[in-house]
Design a protein around this ligand. Structure first.
Ligand code: BDR
Ligand code: CA
Length: 319
């Protein structure tokens, strides 16, 4: 079993991704770390705690993380996508669970050092906790098994702005730091999440599976689905955060390329854009351009067996 930490800003689709991981025997979930993003850090933490309570998994520690990006302030989240409570305005009571007294970055450091080469991290929100963990303890670079993050757009447009994807735009400085560190990273960005659609029919099927946590997530999905219907004109939702879990279960579902990636951190219209380098093979004998020089190559998911991903999600969430 893969020892997994889920770093998350729940978020309707984060909640489904957590459910998906909980329902998958491939993982031993060591903890959930929260980060601002879709909502503020207090609400994100409440949402994670409530979900574990509803899923009857009080044994999994939840650790509260960053409340704002490395530079600047939290800008208020995306209530039009996830609701004011981040859970589709379901406003369920918080539940009895409490976060542990260790911050998210300290928890990540502690676990990675305690279990060298064994901890995988699914990063489903802004990359701030990973950046501060790295800053506090650079040794974790060599000791983490892998990090798979939902974020970025290599060769397609963004979703938060024409240039940028929401998680990366929430903290471009953290993203540029995390993508520049020497650890095994895989980017599951809009290049593949926009090719993977959970249709209304499949969501209806998942909703037939009754459990307190599934009922909650499916109620939240009604709000989330309306957003995609209005904005993207699709009858269903793109699969963002659950794609990370699918990748961790079966990387063969994804086609990847490797490249160093820089993040635009300037405050112009392209802030938050993830830029892969041109690729050495395109430029035989040419030097790697300066901004990408000496940066590690990361895996970038570019294509996906989308129907198999949907099938996997459906299978795990209905048993
Ligand atoms: C990402 O942004 C958030 O709204 C979702 O939870 C996902 O992590 C998609 O761009
Ligand atoms: Ca998220």
């Amino acid at each position: 079993m893969n020892k997994l930490i889920i770093d998350t800003d729940p978020g309707v689709d984060d909640s489904m991704a957590i459910q998906f991981a909980l329902a998958s025997e491939e993982f031993h979930i060591m903890g959930i770390t929260t980060v601002f993003g879709n909502v503020n850090i207090e609400q994100a933490t409440i949402n994670a705690l409530r979900l574990l309570h509803l899923a009857a998994r009080p044994d999994i520690p939840i650790s509260k993380g960053a409340s704002k990006p490395l530079q600047g302030e939290f800008l208020g989240g995306v209530p039009f996508v996830h609701g004011n409570d981040g859970q589709g305005n379901t406003w369920r009571p918080a539940g009895p669970l409490k976060p542990i007294g260790v911050s998210a970055d300290e928890f990540i450091i502690e676990q990675v050092l305690r279990f060298p080469d064994q901890i995988s991290i699914a990063a489903l929100g802004p990359l701030t906790n990973l950046a501060t963990a790295l800053r506090k303890e650079p040794k974790i670079q060599d000791k983490v098994k892998e990090i798979v993050f939902m974020g970025g757009n290599a060769f397609c447009s963004g979703n938060a702005t024409p240039a940028a994807e929401a998680n990366i735009l929430s903290d471009p400085d953290a993203a540029d730091m995390v993508l520049g560190a020497n650890w095994p990273l895989t980017m599951v960005g809009l290049d593949v999440t926009h090719k993977t659609i959970l249709s209304r029919d499949v969501l209806d099927e998942i909703a037939l599976f009754r459990s307190p946590s599934n009922d909650h997530v499916m109620e939240a999905y009604q709000f989330y689905q309306n957003f995609f219907m209005k904005v993207n004109k699709i009858d269903g939702t793109f699969v963002h955060d659950s794609s990370v879990i699918a990748y961790l279960i079966d990387p063969g579902l994804y086609k990847t390329v490797v490249s160093p990636v820089r993040v635009e951190t300037q405050h112009g219209i392209s802030r938050g854009k993830t830029w892969p380098s041109l690729g050495e093979s395109d430029h035989e004998g040419a030097e790697v351009l300066e901004p990408w020089r000496n940066r590690p190559k990361i895996k970038i998911c570019l294509d996906v067996k989308d129907r198999m991903v949907i099938q996997l999600i459906r299978q795990r969430l209905t048993r």
